[in-house]
Design a protein around this ligand. Structure first.
Ligand code: ATP
Ligand code: MG
Length: 206
């Protein structure tokens, strides 16, 4: 079997805002799986988060750019933001595979919560054939539903799922947004530059 020369991680998310939890799981995947780079792809129009108020894509792109700036192996892609209509992983994956002439292996990085929703992705069975999934699992976390899903996907769809253990980082974008509304500090939850950007642009105040 042809072995791809390039190994790219894909870190997808709303990144509203990007925080240290995102950066840390991307870095851990890069390190443990010897990836060449991790591409951060902010979602344009998340089909699952339609009901919520999502911050303008240009702010989310900008914050992501600031957050990954100091890491040469982290890249930013506006591929989903620039596409009209809802963002589907299958379209993104196809584009990325085409772009590199098929000589690339894609590792889609997710947290356990996002992994549990894979079946809601458009044509997820096809997606599972096209990429490997890296799930950042919490140390000592062995949810039966999670393990059942990993087994099912592996057996039924021949999915290639790689678990990578990370320490629990109870950081989420929703918590950060709430903290800002409540006037609480977000220092050390997001990179300094992102904190500054949020302040300057008065994001998440209401
Ligand atoms: P929100 O609270 O708005 O849902 P979020 O913090 O979950 O935001 P997303 O942009 O929705 O961030 O998540 C992008 C990806 O990062 C998902 O795969 C999610 O599981 C993962 N992720 C987010 N926060 C963490 C964390 N603290 N530890 C591990 N994985 C995380
Ligand atoms: Mg989330």
């Amino acid at each position: 079997m042809h072995k791809a020369n390039k190994r790219y991680g894909i870190m997808g998310g709303t990144f509203d805002p990007i925080h240290l939890g995102h950066l840390f799981i991307a870095e851990t995947a890069l390190d443990e799986l010897n990836l060449d780079k991790v591409v951060f792809i902010p979602t344009g129009h998340p089909p699952h988060k339609d009901h919520e108020n999502i911050t303008d894509a240009h702010h989310r792109l900008q914050m992501t750019s600031i957050a990954i700036h100091s890491n040469k192996t982290f890249k930013l892609s506006a591929i989903e933001v620039n596409r009209k209509g809802p963002s589907y992983t299958i379209d993104t994956v196809r584009r990325l595979l085409e772009h590199d002439g098929g000589d690339v292996e894609l590792y889609f990085i997710t947290g356990t919560d996002a992994f549990m929703e894979v079946e809601t992705w458009k044509r997820y069975k096809d997606v599972l054939q096209m990429i490997k999934i890296v799930v950042a699992t919490r140390l000592g976390y062995s949810d039966v539903h999670f393990n059942e899903k990993v087994d099912l996907f592996t057996k039924k769809y021949k999915a290639r799922i790689i678990k990578v253990a990370v320490p629990i980082l109870e950081i989420s974008s929703s918590d950060i947004r709430n903290r800002i509304k409540e006037g609480k500090t977000i220092k050390y939850l997001v990179p300094e530059g992102v904190e500054e950007y949020i302040r300057k642009n008065q994001l998440y105040q209401y």
